[in-house]
Design a protein around this ligand. Structure first.
Ligand code: HC1
Ligand code: SF4
Length: 574
């Protein structure tokens, strides 16, 4: 242990502890801007670049950034000396001088860490005035909005992109007044290998990286009497939305969310969990076929669009391995614009499909040309969990007071297998539940594959399915995916099936989820809530979903049929 004094108080902390953390053990919060502990990602970003967290250390001539200065025996630290406070205020003043002042209409209004600091420091004037940087705003991706005029050079996004996701799109570029963080030559994100995972958006403390919103388009469609507007909700939205309404993390808000969506004016409220069950029918059939023939193993899940973008850019030589099944979001759109549109007698162009997703890459996925047969998109608009919360607030719907309501049918009926898609490991577990029954010809009761649950980045297990031992792996976070895929490419690892999700922890930690989720405890609560919803449902296997059985009987034939292939499968691009 190392003994030191902070603000005249003695403290003992383990060697290697930073002054920032040591101060916290004494209940002293040193303000920071660039520092972030991404617990859920296993990464601490302590660049010491913003200089907001400086402190005075006895016998040292310079102030030290507390986030990256380790404690030393006998050290005497003052966190609030006049010199430290003045330095912080100067740094903050300089940051504010070159920051747009449109806080009232900024997407990060009231969630911006720079705004909070200005409030906490009681800043009432901006001392330094002068020129401002002028960068063009990038909305090329349809998913992520980049406004570098708001960048504070904290470089958290760089850590998320390069260290956690290993995509390597973002780095410090330019010099002097033009210095910022972005892709080389400041290319539009669409022209880079960005996966649109949105982890940089979650990491950004200000409004430099946010999402591209479609709320106004959705309001317009809902108010158009010639349109029939339906909505689908992704598995993990129901366990995070409550946080936007001051409910504890892990609150299960399915019924309130359905009620709120009806009050917003959607004609029907459906569930992506339904099409997650459908995905299992198609992907599970592929899994069983590949196991039986022993060909093209391992099968890789393909429902996460950030992960699809990643393997298209980074591992094109493994392109034969992912399942060809479309994601549940896209399967939903496809079935809605065919089977459901016929059923209700609406032309596909007049049927508007809106998705509520925890993910920003889903916005990009929905706009891919292969998902717009005859030029009509299967999914017209994708809103994030945060945007849905904003719509509910704008409409004056008192979310917490709403009584639970049920989804509409037939595209609203789902099973526990569908909902667990929302947490890392869930897609594979859902597939194994179905494969186990089909291969054994029994209704197996022991369906909890706990070895592949949890927030660890890479989980490996041997599971018994249909009397066989299957080697499976689950990865979340693209850095972890890279590690596993490199082993597969080098022939160093053999598996039957692998689930990969781009966001660490899975969709519960998607780039469109409430900003409250960047700590491990919140993610644990969201994950536990997902498995609780599964446990509470009477049917927990996709192939037992009555609406799915009816869909195959009435329309698709059987999994893998010609029509199923046309509507529910896709292909990938190098
Ligand atoms: Fe996901 Fe999926 S689980 S990708 O994380 O396969 O976004 O929640 O909707 O499509 O079902 C996201 C979540 C989601 C799809 C499903
Ligand atoms: Fe990197 Fe993901 Fe951000 Fe793209 S969205 S820049 S891949 S962190």
């Amino acid at each position: 242990m190392v003994n030191l004094k902070i603000n005249d108080m003695p403290v003992s902390v383990p060697e290697g502890t930073t002054i920032l953390d040591a101060a916290r053990t004494l209940g002293i919060k040193i303000p920071t801007l660039c520092h972030i502990k991404m617990d859920c990602l296993g990464v601490e970003h302590k660049a010491g670049s913003c200089r907001i967290c400086v402190v005075e250390i006895a016998n040292r001539p310079n102030l030290a950034p507390s986030c990256c200065t380790p404690v030393a025996e006998g050290m005497v630290v003052k966190t609030n000396s006049l010199r430290a406070i003045s330095a912080r205020r100067t740094v903050l003043g300089l940051l504010l001088s070159n920051h747009p002042k449109d806080c009232l209409i900024c997407a990060m209004n009231q969630q911006c860490e720079l705004q909070s600091l200005a409030h906490e420091f009681d800043m009432h004037e901006i001392k330094y005035q002068g020129a401002q940087t002028e960068f063009p705003i990038d909305i090329s991706s349809g998913a992520i909005r980049r406004d570098l005029n708001k960048c504070v050079m904290c470089r958290r996004c760089e850590t998320a992109c390069n260290v956690v996701q290993t995509v390597g799109v973002l780095s410090g570029i330019n010099r002097g007044f033009e210095a910022t963080v972005g892709p080389e030559e400041l290319k539009p994100l669409l022209e880079t290998s960005c996966t649109f995972c949105g982890q940089c958006v979650l990491a950004c403390p200000v409004g430099a990286l946010t999402e591209i919103g479609y709320k106004d388009d959705v309001w317009r469609e809902i108010n158009d009497p010639t349109k029939h507007v339906v909505v689908q909700t992704a598995p993990s939205v129901r366990v995070a939305l409550g946080e936007e309404f001051d409910m504890p993390a892990g609150s299960i808000t399915t019924g309130k969310m359905v009620a709120a969506l009806r009050r917003l004016g959607f004609a029907k409220v459906f569930d992506t969990d339904f099409s997650a069950d459908l995905t299992i029918m198609e992907e599970g059939t592929e899994l069983i076929n590949r196991i039986k023939t022993g060909k093209n193993l391992p099968i890789l899940t393909s429902c996460c669009p950030g992960w699809v973008n990643f393997f298209e850019h980074q591992f094109p030589e493994l392109m034969h391995m992912p399942s060809t099944a479309k994601s549940p979001q896209q399967m939903f759109g496809s079935i809605a614009k065919s089977y459901y549109a016929e059923k209700v007698g609406v032309k596909p162009k007049d049927l508007i499909v809106v998705s509520i997703m925890p993910c920003l890459a889903k916005k990009y996925e929905a706009a891919r040309p292969e998902f717009a047969p005859d030029g009509v998109r299967d999914v017209d608009y994708v809103l994030s969990t945060r945007e849905l919360a904003a719509m509910i607030k704008e409409a004056g719907v008192m979310f917490s007071a709403l009584k639970d309501e049920e989804y509409d049918n037939p595209l609203g009926e789902s099973t526990g297998a569908g909902v667990i898609f929302g947490a890392s490991g869930g897609v594979l577990e859902a597939a194994l539940r179905t494969a186990n029954d089909i291969l054994s010809g029994k209704d197996i009761k022991d369906i909890d594959f706990v070895a592949i649950r949890g927030l660890e980045g890479i989980k490996e297990a041997t599971v018994q399915v249909g009397g066989m031992d299957l080697q499976v792996a689950v990865c979340s976070g693209l850095g972890n995916a890279r590690k596993l895929l490199t082993k597969i490419r080098n022939g160093e690892a053999k598996y039957h099936a692998i689930e990969i999700m781009a966001c660490p922890g899975g969709c519960i930690n998607g780039g469109g989820q409430p900003y409250t989720g960047s700590n491990l405890k919140t993610l644990e609560e969201r994950k536990n809530a997902i498995y609780q919803v599964d446990k509470n449902l009477p049917i927990r296997k996709s192939h037992q979903n009555p609406s799915i059985i009816k869909l195959y009987n009435d329309y698709l034939g059987e999994p893998g049929s010609q029509l199923a292939h046309k509507l529910l499968h896709t292909h990938y691009f190098a």
